[in-house]
Design a protein around this ligand. Structure first.
Ligand code: JFZ
Length: 348
């Protein structure tokens, strides 16, 4: 475990790229602004966007190789060493040509373009370590996945009564759940094999899962066995791959995962005895949101980076590119300014 986390602790700084089907909408759908949230990537759930409409978004995302290379170059010029790409967000759409599920950007856009493959090539070219965010718990695109009560409302999806199951503490957007059997089918037929693909076919060095619940086994449909199976599969495929606590396993160390993910934009008061990372946003939304103009200052990030490093932690700053992959100028400027402060060698 110590050896495994060494590169991560040594590098300290990474970027995150949230580029998904939410980007053409940029925080609005059918003239209506995003409901209940500033997170543009939650539009599908909050505004109850039907699958047919959602899938059309892929046709409005004219990404280029140059734009993808710029994600990597911007990362590098900022003095950041690894890049965590959102390979599948909560909407369930994969950004690589998955053999496991046909619900991919390549298929929906009709381009068959493998974004992750291209990104991997660019990362290798520029010496940036490629990591993957993968939404394992939530998948609104899979009929056996979680929480989609707008596409699968009428009997297609039995769901079960959380109160009866003694799990009434779960809040409203999370109440519609599949049965145990349905969810296990999703787990075995999509989540597990897709994570395997990321490791085997793309050489992903770190898996960034995203279940932030305190007690995942009680508060989500995931079981302890499913979580343990996921971790042991990853270990057996490649024992050097790192895993974060948001898998739903909170123990960090030899018997658990490799590092703790702090709450978003949060930094600990004191030094911690284990490896940790904070993911932070330049504004508030992770996905591109034209209505979110609350940009934090470069000074803010430089201070947070210094504080995190002195407390033994990593910082990952999020980039939410537009639908064509271009990075908003507000982010470009801040990355460039941060780079000037922290870059370790002249050409960086
Ligand atoms: C989650 C996602 O829902 C979000 O879309 C984004 O991908 C982000 C990186 O992760 O959102 C969270 C999860 C946890 C906290 C806040 C937002 N938290 O613990 O403070």
């Amino acid at each position: 475990q110590q050896d495994r986390v060494k590169w991560f602790e040594d590098t300290r700084l990474g970027t995150m790229i949230h580029w998904s089907l939410c980007t053409p909408a940029a925080g609005r759908f059918n003239g209506e602004v995003l409901r209940n949230s500033t997170y543009a990537e939650w539009l599908r759930l909050h505004n109850k966007v039907q699958r047919a409409d959602w899938d059309q978004m892929a046709k409005r995302m004219p990404i280029t190789e140059e734009a993808i290379e710029d994600w990597v170059v911007t990362t590098k010029r900022g003095g950041f060493k690894y890049l965590t790409f959102v390979t599948k967000h909560h909407d369930g759409v994969a950004f690589w040509n998955s053999k496991v599920s046909d619900y991919t950007y390549g298929n929906l856009s009709g381009t068959h373009f493998d974004v992750l493959k291209c990104l991997k090539e660019k990362c290798d070219k520029h010496g940036i370590i490629l990591c993957a965010y993968y939404s394992h718990w939530l998948d609104w695109g899979d009929e056996n996945g979680t929480n989609n009560d707008w596409d699968y409302a009428d009997g297609n999806k039995p769901g079960f009564d959380l109160d009866a199951a003694g799990r009434g503490e779960i809040d409203a957007p999370f109440r519609k759940l599949p049965t145990r059997e349905q969810y296990d089918k999703y787990w075995r037929e999509k989540a597990m094999p897709q994570v395997a693909e990321l490791i085997k076919d793309y050489g992903i060095k770190l898996l960034w899962f995203d279940c932030w619940r305190k007690d995942p086994v009680k508060e989500t449909p995931m079981t302890q066995k499913q979580l343990d199976d996921m971790l042991s599969m990853i270990r057996s495929l490649d024992p050097t791959v790192l895993v974060n606590t948001r898998l739903g396993i909170h123990e960090v160390g030899d018997n658990g995962v490799d590092f703790e993910t702090m709450a978003d934009n949060e930094f600990p008061e004191n030094k911690k005895s284990h490896t940790w990372e904070t993911a932070a946003t330049f504004n508030h939304s992770w996905g591109y949101n034209r209505d979110d103009q609350g940009w934090r200052s470069t000074t803010y990030f430089v201070r947070e980076i210094v504080q995190s490093i002195s407390k033994g932690g990593n910082v990952m700053l999020n980039i939410g590119p537009r639908a064509d992959g271009s990075i908003p100028q507000e982010i470009k400027t801040r990355m460039e300014e941060i780079g000037k402060v922290i870059r370790t060698n002249k050409e960086g």
